[in-house]
Every structure is written in C-alpha cells, then in structure tokens.
Design a binder for this molecule. Structure first.
Ligand code: BG6
Length: 490
C-alpha cells in the first residue's frame, strides 16, 4: 500500500529506529500507536524500525503480534496490506515487565544488531502518571539512555508538586533534550493550521485581540464513555485528562503572539508567555459534572467524586486578551462528539437594521475551527435574505480539507508526533516550564473543586453550564451542520 507513496526527503528520521513501547497492550497502543507505527514503517517514512512491546501482560512475541494485528484490523484507518503486515510483524518483539531490565536489555541488543549500529532508540511511555517514573527507572537500569529519546504521555504528573517531582527525577535519567512530552492535540493538522491561518495571512491577525473578539470557546464534547479505561479515568478525571493538557495547549496556539520563527524555542516561549499570563482558575468559574451511571461502571468507586465533565472560564491577562473570556468544555457521554474552537466577534456598535430584521438574532458572527483530523473552518456572518425588504440571515463561508485532493496526505496526530520525535524535532511538544505553569494555574481548582453535578448521558452536561457562559451561549449544538463535503456521495 503505502510503499507506493512518494515520501519527500527530510520528513522522516535519517537513522533506523528501535522503539521500546512501554504500555504496549494498553488502550492507546491498540487504537493509535501500533496502527501509527505500522503506517510509518510500511509507508517508508522510517529507514528501518523494530518494536519491542513491554507491559504487565505475560505475553510472548507471537501473541504480541496477534494482539497488534487485531489492533490494526480494528483501528487502522487505512487498509492493511498483507505483505506490509508480514514485514511489520517480523519486526515486533515482546518483553513482559516482570522479566526485568536485563531481559529488556538483551532484546534491545538483539534488535539493534539487526538494525545496524547507527540506529536510534525511541522509548514511548504509554503509561498512567503513577507508573511513569518506574518505567523511566527501568530504562535507566537497562542502560538504554544513550542515543535515545523518550516520549512521555500525558497527564504529566497530577498536580504541580508531582509534575515538579517527576521532572526532577526524570532529569536524573534523561536530559531535557531527550524528553518529548506529547500532547496529541498539537499533532492534529487543524491545530497546526491555526498557526498557518493566523501568521501566514494578513487578514485576521489585525483583529485577533480584545478590541474585536468578544470571547472564545474551546469545546470538545465526546460521546465516548470510559471504554476499558476505568482505572485510569478514576484517578484522572476530565480536567486532568483533557483540560490541563489538550485544551490549554490549544488555547496557547490561539492566544500566543507571533513567534520569531517556527523553531521549537520561539514557539514554546510564546506559548509559555500565554500560560504565564493566565490567571489562576477560580473554582467559582468551573462546573464539574458526572454522568448518571458512572458510579455503577465496572472499576469505578460507587462513591466516586471523579468528574466526567468539566466546563470553565479562563482569563489570559495580557495586553491582547485582557477581559476576553475563554470558555472551555469537555466531557464523556455527551450529546455529540465535536472538537471546535469558536471565536465570537464583537457586535457592531450601532445597528441601522429595523427591529425584527433578524440582526444579532442568531448570536454574534463567528470564526470556527474544527479540530477533527482534517481541517475545517467556517466564518459565519449576517447577510441579506433574498427578496423584498431587509431581513437578515446567518450565512457562512466554509472550507474543508476534504474538498481538496490533499486529504490522503494527512498524518494522524500520533503519527506526526512520533515522526517528529524520531527526527528530534520538538516544535510540537510541550516543555517542563509550560506544564508546571499550567498545574500552577490549576492549583486553586484542584485544592477546592466544586461538587460534581449529575447529568444525563447524551445531554450537554449539567444545567449550570449555561450560567457559566451567560450572557453568551455555547456555540454547540450548531444551528447549521457543516456542509456535506461529499454531497453526491461519490
Ligand atoms: C485522550 C484522552 O488524550 O484524548 C481521551 O485521554 C480522549 O479521554 C482523547 O477521548 C480525545 O482525543 P481525540 O484525538 O479522539 O479527539
């Protein structure tokens, strides 16, 4: 399949890669990492790759291959080519965690002999926060630090103290240049498109500030429930799982000043300035929710206080954004699965349109980004309804990457970021400083969380979510659907 694709020079790493995938039988590995590594290897992005799965499960290499194949069949978004699979399967090995660091070391030695001596190591730690450190120590004991980088999954710590502690202990084993803290939302094409849209065009940047923007919504409702992640979710909850990670990072891209270049340093610096300007989150500006039935889920404490929904107001107190609220919302088992950023512009100071004309009746004009895997954008505005008189309707201009012939070039977020880490490109990764600051602004909320309010599965969360945003209104559910990218079904 993919070998037919022409990979432009320089997009992949120069060296063969040995991947140690810790948490290899977990949910993320199944859904994203194994399908992603299969695509990157078989499409020719990587000049040689071998993968050693590590996890608590007592498997051997053959049963890990079966596991990986099932994962691909279930979750790969591309057709699995049998010849490509056979080649990939032969590169998979497995070491159970219980076998210890010496067994891991000898599996690595064997794999590296096959790859040749200029290969590099990528350790991917797809493990919950409490297990991250012991995984790092195991890599240290196995003496696998040289020629390596380590991808750390989010959430990075569970609060400020644990993040500071984790960073300090991590630095005892790996240097900062070797650590890639992943936030897959930054690997999504549309997230990077925010930067292109803002900084490659002269049209929008001049109005990208408090004089023209009334408020911003970053809204990521999910219809998904817990899947088989109850244990992870019980100790994490919606705020740590989604907000302190993905939603805040997207806020960073939305709100940052133009970086001096597209290099990792300047981008992180501008994003971190946004985080430094964020005001600590006031628990009064937060709604925590839990869907009815959560406490009866297998693996969940019957008295659990974990939130499966969170909505909050954040303020970025700098010259560009002072007084402009950013409303964030996310949760499980909600009415729709969407990932949008919606920017509401200020209304005109005066209106000459007659009462009843419809001006303003459908909220302010908006610019909306859809963060689904392929970019979509829409600009909605008031325009005249055809016919006599002056009646106004909300109209929209829409762009969907699906309408172009470039859609097959889209890399899934994890694919993009794994490739970047293999190339040692840190542009889309988060920094220790940024993450620690985000835990710091979260401190008042984590210390005094408001009580969870129950909501019906399939709803938009607890009712108080409307008070939080009043006098504005949540943009979702949309009054108009996105235009069908393929209206003839061809
Ligand atoms: C993950 C969270 O990081 O992001 C999940 O742990 C969430 O709870 C997922 O469902 C959403 O990611 P995506 O790419 O499907 O929007």
């Amino acid at each position: 399949m993919a070998s037919l694709k022409k990979i432009p020079p320089g997009v992949g790493p120069r060296h063969p890669q040995l991947v140690v995938l810790v948490g290899a039988t977990g949910d993320l590995a199944r859904r994203k990492l194994l399908p992603g590594l299969f695509y990157l290897s078989s499409a020719g992005f990587i000049p040689g790759c071998r993968i050693i799965g590590v996890s608590l499960d007592d498997l051997d290499a053959e049963s890990f291959r079966t596991f990986a194949r099932e994962a691909l069949d279930q979750f790969s978004t591309r057709k699995v080519d049998e010849a490509a699979w056979s080649t990939f399967a032969a590169t998979l090995d497995y070491v159970p965690l219980a076998a210890g660091s010496a067994a891991l070391r000898s599996a690595v030695d064997w794999a590296e002999q096959t790859l040749g001596k200029d290969s590099r190591r990528l350790h991917y730690l797809s493990v919950p926060p409490h297990a991250a450190l012991s995984a790092v120590q195991m890599l240290g004991q196995a003496d696998l630090v040289e020629h390596s980088c380590v991808i750390m999954e989010k959430p990075f710590g569970t609060d400020l103290d644990s993040a500071v502690d984790l960073n300090a202990k991590l630095h005892e084993v790996f240097s900062e240049e070797q650590i890639f803290r992943i936030d897959h939302f930054l690997g999504k094409e549309p997230a990077q498109n925010i930067l292109a849209f803002r900084f490659a065009n002269g049209l929008f940047e001049p109005i990208w500030n408090r004089n023209f923007i009334d408020h911003v919504q970053i809204d990521v409702p999910e219809t998904l429930g817990l899947g088989n992640r109850a244990a992870f979710y019980e100790e994490t909850g919606a705020f740590r799982d989604m907000v302190v990670t993905h939603l805040f990072q997207i806020l960073g891209f939305m709100a940052m000043e133009s970086p001096t270049s597209l290099e990792p340093g300047p981008i992180s610096e501008e994003k971190n300035k946004v985080f430094r300007s964020m005001l600590p989150i006031d628990p009064k500006d937060v709604v925590r929710g839990q869907y009815i039935g959560y406490r009866a889920e297998q693996g969940v404490d019957p008295e659990s206080d974990t939130e499966t929904f969170v909505a909050l107001k954040c303020l970025v107190d700098n010259w560009r954004w002072a007084g402009v609220p950013f409303f964030l919302r996310t949760g499980k088992r909600l009415a729709e699965g969407q990932r949008i950023i919606s920017i509401a512009f200020r209304e005109p100071p005066k209106s000459m349109f007659p009462a009843g004309s419809g001006v303003g009746a459908q909220g302010p004009d908006h610019l909306t980004f859809d963060l689904a895997d392929a970019s979509k954008m829409s600009l909605s505005f008031y325009g005249k309804r055809p016919g006599p008189g002056m009646r106004l309707d909300k109209l929209s201009l829409q762009f969907a990457m699906h309408d172009t012939n470039l859609i097959s070039d889209v890399l899934e977020a994890y694919e993009r970021l794994i490739l970047d880490a293999m190339r040692a490109d840190r542009t889309l990764f988060t920094t220790a400083e940024g993450i620690e600051r985000l835990w710091e602004v979260s401190k008042p909320l984590l210390e005094a969380p408001p009580p969870v309010r129950l909501y019906e599965p399939g709803s938009w969360g607890p009712k108080s979510v409307h008070q939080l945003i009043a006098p504005h209104a949540w943009r979702l559910p949309f009054e108009r659907a996105w235009r069908d990218p393929n209206p003839l079904g061809s």
